[in-house]
Design a binder for this molecule. Sequence first.
Ligand SMILES: [Fe+2]
Ligand SMILES: [Fe+2]
Length: 195
Amino acid sequence: MAAKPFVSDIKAIRERARNHIRQGAVTDGYKADRQTVIKVLNEALATELVCVLRYKYHYYMASGIHSKGVAAEFLEHANEEQQHADLIAQRITQLDGKPNLSPEGLLSRSHSEYVEGKDVVEMIEEDLVAERIAIDSYREIVQYLGNDDPTTRRLMEEILAKEEEHAEDLGNLLQELGKKGEPAREPVRKSAAHV
Ligand SMILES: [Fe+2]
Ligand SMILES: [Fe+2]
């Protein structure tokens, strides 16, 4: 008995591909509600951008003598959130959508918040809260996508795994700072201009 072909009607698929060539990567086989996926991805994009800004702020403000290691971690996370933002924006355009990069309303589109924090410990705590929000909302996005849009789901799964790593890093930092007993409440610099 001949093996079942993976694609049942390659001729029809080829025809469809030709007829709707203007739709780029979105074929008739795309099962998800494209507009909803684009909207959800734009929220994830805003979440990532707010995280970039918050981590950058923390990086610049935590450059005190005791905070070098923590600052390096903030910068690494900022760069990785920027990569996530880029990947999400790219996927939105593949789906024929527009990545919303407008600063207007950025914070209200974002799931995570922008909190400055008074000292290094508070900064880490706020970042951990933001990561945990991202983890929960990305998990929901993955579940929503299911098998309807496997490419977007895979992308969001990869980003989700990274956010879990971030949360673990931050948890470890909090523990280390607690153990050393310093610089637990080192205040951040008042203004970068005075340094
Ligand atoms: Fe991220
Ligand atoms: Fe993250």
